[in-house]
Design a protein around this ligand. Structure first.
Ligand code: FMN
Ligand code: MN
Length: 489
């Protein structure tokens, strides 16, 4: 079932007629982004741009995007039937995220076919789009996995983190201290050392999914589990970092803790559907080496989503984040969680429980907000009972209407927590990326389960709530079935 690499994924999509090759020359400056926005908002095919302005003769000439732009495509990638619903996908992903598959190290691989070091490095050789009109530059790290290691344990982390080309040999980035690489960077900084990084471009898309999800294990192990076979890794040229042997391109470099090395970064069209971050000096990767396959294929993607306008990541981030959140709840020992669903935007998360005690929803909130997934997720948490379908917006609205009484403590605030730097409802000063490395959220629990402080009532047949008024009796169901045609239907 495993897709070997990006090229095999392209072949599979081509065979399924789910790939569009665009041969007409297109401009990297806004045009590729605009086409991609239109196509992904219509859940259209994957796109391979084959002729890009200024890149007819550069070391990389082609760009692949929208590679995971429909639910069917994502299910195909995971070896599942295309009809698999999100309701079914979440527990499947939870299972896979709970069963890591260790990567294996190999001596060499296609990514070593070409090696460029030192002065020969020129990032403008890559067809990197300026995706959106007000982006601060050409964002090179959008579907890249940025690999770092913990200097104490050697443990690898791979994350999807934005970065833009700031010169021929530098990439300025938005480095959040609460993210995997941020935790590593804090340790390097305390030692007064630079952090080695490797930016992996053009990978088997399961690694893109793992690296974009706050998983509890190594992303390589998670990608191995998602694809059903170990990821093959090779050592970098300028550090001990391990990177996928079949990647299209790997950029090796260092990030210095010295603010003098910082270069301008931002803004960028971000996941909330608004531009995020201002143009200001930020941490910067000093590139030392490029390795790449012959005739490499660059990959990138759009991020922002607003109502009716979307991007490929929203086809799987809700399911992947829901699966990991559920996994963390299980690990914390929270019993009777029946389903978890994060919508298109990570700020709102819904959890369905079979309530067994007072404070059950509060326990869910504490466990979730205390876990790694909460860094960018679950600002607003809605917990519902088992009869509320969390995939149904109307059911959620009904629960919010009739199972929430703020006067009885059903809404709780938890101020002063770290949160997203990109949520525009938070004052800019409170999410200064260089000063704090993260944003500040007041989290909200909406306990939309039936409040057990409401005493059972005799007039409600001994229940806390009145009987459901919209049901018809079994006797009438029988009658209607029998007489339906007679009524003239
Ligand atoms: C397309 C895309 C772009 C992302 N960009 C960033 C980013 O610029 N900075 C960031 O901290 N997280 C970003 N994320 C979210 C992280 O990838 C996500 O939080 C992931 O869990 C990070 O890995 P980590 O948990 O190992 O840090 C992005 C996610 C996606 C899907
Ligand atoms: Mn991680």
């Amino acid at each position: 079932m495993a897709v070997k690499d990006l090229r095999e994924w392209i072949d599979i999509l081509e065979e399924k007629r789910d790939l569009k090759r665009i041969k007409a020359e297109v401009d990297w400056d806004e045009e590729i982004g605009a086409i991609t926005r239109e196509v992904s908002s219509a859940y259209g095919p994957a796109l391979l741009f084959e002729t890009i302005k200024d890149h007819r003769n550069t070391l990389c000439r082609r760009l692949f995007t929208n590679l995971t732009g429909s639910r069917e495509r994502v299910c195909g990638l995971l070896g599942l039937s295309e009809g698999t619903s999100y309701r079914e996908l979440v527990p499947i992903l939870k299972e896979r995220f709970s069963h890591p598959v260790k990567p294996i190290q190999v001596k060499s691989g296609p990514v070593k076919e070409n090696i460029v070091k030192g002065d020969a490095v020129d990032l403008y050789q890559l067809p990197v789009p300026k995706w959106n009109p007000l982006d601060g530059g050409r964002y090179i790290m959008t579907s890249a996995s940025t690999v770092t290691t913990d200097p104490e344990t050697g443990r690898h982390n791979a994350g999807t983190y934005r970065g833009m080309i700031s010169s021929k040999k530098t990439i300025s980035v938005l480095l959040a201290t609460t993210q995997g690489w941020g935790e590593h960077f804090t340790k390097y900084r305390k030692r007064g050392e630079e952090m080695p990084v490797a930016v992996v471009l053009g990978q088997d898309p399961t690694l893109f999914i793992a690296a974009s999800t706050p998983v509890s294990h190594s992303e390589y192990e998670m990608a191995g589990s998602l694809r059903g076979a170990p990821v093959e890794l090779v050592k970098c040229e300028t550090s001990d970092l391990l990177v996928p042997a079949n990647a299209e391109i790997v950029i090796e470099g260092k990030i210095s803790p010295d603010p003098k090395s910082f270069e301008a970064e931002g803004p960028f069209s971000e996941y909330p559907g608004y531009y995020g971050g201002r143009k200001s000096p930020k941490h910067t990767i000093r590139v030392e080496c490029l390795t790449y396959r012959n005739d490499p294929i660059f990959t990138g993607c759009l991020t922002g989503a607003s109502p009716g306008r979307t991007n490929e990541c929203t086809m799987w981030t809700p399911a992947a984040y829901s699966a990991v959140a559920w996994h963390y709840l299980e690990r914390a020992g929270v019993a009777n969680v029946l389903a978890v669903w994060r919508g298109k935007w990570p700020e709102v998360m819904r959890v369905q429980i079979r309530k067994t005690h007072r404070g059950h929803a509060q326990q869910v909130a504490n466990a979730l907000w205390g876990s790694h997934i909460a860094n960018y997720t679950a600002k607003h948490l809605i917990v519902v009972d088992e009869d509320i379908d969390i995939f149904d917006g109307e059911a959620i609205e009904w629960a919010l209407a009739y199972r929430v009484n703020a006067g009885m403590g059903d809404i709780a605030f938890f101020p002063g927590t770290s949160g997203s730097m990109l949520d525009p409802s938070v004052p800019i000063e409170e999410r200064d990326s260089v000063k704090y490395g993260h944003g500040r959220w007041t989290r909200v629990l909406v306990d939309a389960t039936i409040n057990w402080e409401l005493e059972p009532q005799e007039q409600y047949g001994g229940h806390r709530y009145p009987p459901l008024g919209t049901s018809i009796s079994p006797k009438m169901e029988e009658t209607l079935k029998r007489r339906w045609k007679e009524y003239g239907f």
